[in-house]
Write a protein that binds this ligand. Sequence first.
Ligand SMILES: [Zn+2]
Length: 88
Amino acid sequence: MLSEVSGFGGDGVNVPCVFCGLALSYETVEADRKDCGGSYARTNVQPACRPCNLARSDDASLTTCEVLDRVARTYARTGRLTPALAVA
Ligand SMILES: [Zn+2]
């Protein structure tokens, strides 16, 4: 997803999150599935940062603004960009 040929605006080192535009590296990029019920095939994934990927969750119908609104509401509520994960 970081390469120029992937079509996501990457330069081989960084690629922007498709939702917020944050520059992501190999260590920080996550594969967000466009069709949440589909596979992780190249045609069904897009680069996303952790907060946006978690905010979008399994709801592919969310617009970019709705994803960013979820991130903002999580931050306002918890002081974190991502919700705390339950630990068993
Ligand atoms: Zn993002």
